[in-house]
Structure formats: C-alpha cells, structure tokens
Design a protein around this ligand. Sequence first.
Ligand code: AMP
Ligand code: GLY
Length: 418
Amino acid sequence: MQVLVVGGGAREHALVWALSQSPIVDAVVATPGNPGIAAGAHCLSFDDAMESLDSFDLAVIGPEAPLVDGLADEMREQGLAVFGPSAAAARLEGSKAWMKDVLAGAEIPTARHATFTGAQEHAALAYLETLPGLYVIKTDGLAAGKGVLVTESLPDAREAVREYLAGRAFGDAGRTVVIEEGLTGPELSLLVLCDGTLTGVPLAPAQDFKRLGDGDLGPNTGGVGAYSPVPVATDALVQQIMERAVTPTLSRLAAFDIEYRGVLYAGLMLTPEGPKVIEYNVRFGDPECEVVVPRLASDLAVHCAEAATGRLETPVRFRDDACVTVVLASEGYPTAPRTGDLIAGLDSAAATDDDVIVFHAGTARTDAGIVTAGGRVLAVTALGTDVDAARTKAYAAADAISWRGKYCRRDIAAAPST
Ligand code: AMP
Ligand code: GLY
C-alpha cells in the first residue's frame, strides 16, 4: 500500500513513523513533510502530491485547516480512500458556535456559553458579567490554535471581546465569538477512530500540557508536552465519555446526514460534576499523537485503512509501556517565536536510548544544518516501563539538544495537568 500523509509537523512525523513500520505499507510519502520526516520518507510539494493522487491507496490528513477546507472531499471525489472527515464533519472544529449547537442538540455536558457576532458587542459584554470569575473567549473560526483566551480578569475579557468582534484580533475568525464559563479540573484528550458508523473506537487517553510555564502558569499554547496512559482515565471513564459525548455526537451528525471518517478528538475537562466537552478537534491532537501512536501495539495503517474504506474491525491494542513527549520551543513562543537558530545535538539525543524518538515540528534544513523554523520545534518522545521512566528518558534526550533560546517546561508528566 502507498500512503500519503498530509502535513508537516511532529504529529505527521509520528504518523509517518508508525505507518512506515506496517507490513501492509510499501511506502509513505508526506506533503509537505519536514526535515525529520524526510530522513525516513519521501516528501513532496502539495501541488505534486495532488497531481499524483492516483499513485496512492490511502491518504491520511493531519491538520485541521485542509479538512475544514474540504481536502478529504476533494480527494475522495478523485477516488482515493481518505482517513479524515469531510468538510461538513470538520465543521465541528471549524466553527465552535456550530459545535456548541451540536452539543446542545444532543444534550452533551459542556460549559455554559453563548455566541455573539460583530453587531452584538453590548450583549456580549453583558453576558460576560453573568459568568462566575473565570472567563473564556473563543473565536468561532480557526485561529491556528491561538483563538482562545482564558482569564480571571474581567477587563481583559472585555477587551478581548471588543478586539475579537471588531476583527482586530483574529480577522474574520473572531467576528463571531463563543463566550463561556471557565471550567476547572484536569483536562483529558480522548482520540476516537471513526469509520462512518455510530461506533467509534477510543484510543488510549492522553493528557496535554497547554500552559507555557511550569506549574501550569503562563499563556495557553498549542500544547508543550503530553503523556499516556493517564491514571485518572479509567476504562469506566472512557466508556462514560463514549456513551455521554462521542456516540451522541456521531448520532447528531448522522441526523444531519453527516458521516464521520477519521479521528475525532474530544477535549474534556474532568469537573466535579463529571466530564464536560470543551472542544472537538477533527484530527489527531498535537502533541497527543506523539504519545498515543508510539504506544500502539496494533497496526495504525490497518486501522486507518479500515476507517477510510469500510469498517473498523481489527482490535486496537496498546502496549503497557508509557510514553512522554517534551516539546522544545523557540524563544518567544507562542507570541513571537524566533526562528533560524542552528540546532545542535539531534543525533546524540536520539542515541541516548533506543526508546527515544525525536519528532520534528518546526525545523528547516539549510546548508549549515537543521535550524528552527517555528514556535514548537521538536517533540522529544520516549517510551518507558512507566511514566516516570519515560519522562526521565525524554528529558535526558531533550537536554542533549541545544540552540539559542531553546525552551521547554521542566514538569511535563511530573504531575497531572490541572
Ligand atoms: P479550544 O481551542 O477550545 O481547544 O481551547 C483551548 C484550551 O483552552 C483548552 O484546551 C483549555 O485548556 C482551555 N479552555 C477551553 N475552554 C475552556 C473552559 N470552558 N474552561 C477552561 N479552560 C478552557
Ligand atoms: N494539543 C491540542 C490540539 O492538538 O489541539
């Protein structure tokens, strides 16, 4: 089987890494890929990939933006089997206001919220006053993972509402906002394989570290570390999330004649009143993918092909080993990351232990060597007999890598993220 992976971050590096190990896969090609992916797989420009679609048997689409823009539909129209939802289904991530409507229609627990558009600034500011002390403002549309503000400051929340609605903060993506009550409790990411039926297959839960600083302080990021398994996420809890959130969501989509093929990522807050959905993403989480996929004992290519072409039948199995990933970021991330710094120690990091894998996120190859090319630069990942062992190996490898301004949290997986 020839597999095309769309995307060029650490998530796609992890997908290519796993798919390449499958006995049913002859070759994996990535578009656009990155220097880490290029070390083990062929990388193509997007235009070249689209022109050679008939040479592939399966496409796996990594990021949300092309899914929301209808790339899965376009590829399916050309006869390719695709692991990734249609544009209609990807609206779960592309419009937070619509996602909330879907949740409400299926009576799925979520944060109290309301949606406002540009002309409703007055009502939006008044709604803020009704919330109890922790304010969450979200752009309706995609904002590269940066459109959510969580703040205890009412003046900051008011300012954000004005900036978003006026289109000054995130352009059109923010001209509609969802305002919601802040929830507290540990967060959990549950990635669920879906084959177009109402029966999703959950993968091992993971926990992502969203805040930039140790102790869960500082700004929200796309995620600066993750681990799996998560002790609090028992089988019973996963079953409860499937029954109360994921299956009703798939049913609600089916009522709109929308089938979901690909991975549905439920972002949950484990509140004292039970799990509540805070977001749906229509793709593997990044960095969750980097800790879930290495733990798979069954064949990712088989699961993706079954989900894309028919029915999920092969049981999903996980190793008992734990996995931890530590994201190495550029100075200035997440607001203004500096790029172009030469990275040293990549080979020695990979050599620290057989169980270490260095996934590339934002890197570029130059004549001088591999340089930083984004905010999140590398996801340094390790498997171990338990979370502590995996964390020790991941940090030993992370510490072998250096560049000017390299930053990472020191407490990934040291304690559950709250
Ligand atoms: P989202 O883009 O909806 O995934 O939100 C990004 C992050 O913002 C989440 O992973 C949470 O850390 C945080 N967040 C979103 N909604 C809430 C909420 N209602 N209460 C507290 N934190 C939230
Ligand atoms: N790690 C959060 C996300 O992928 O959206």
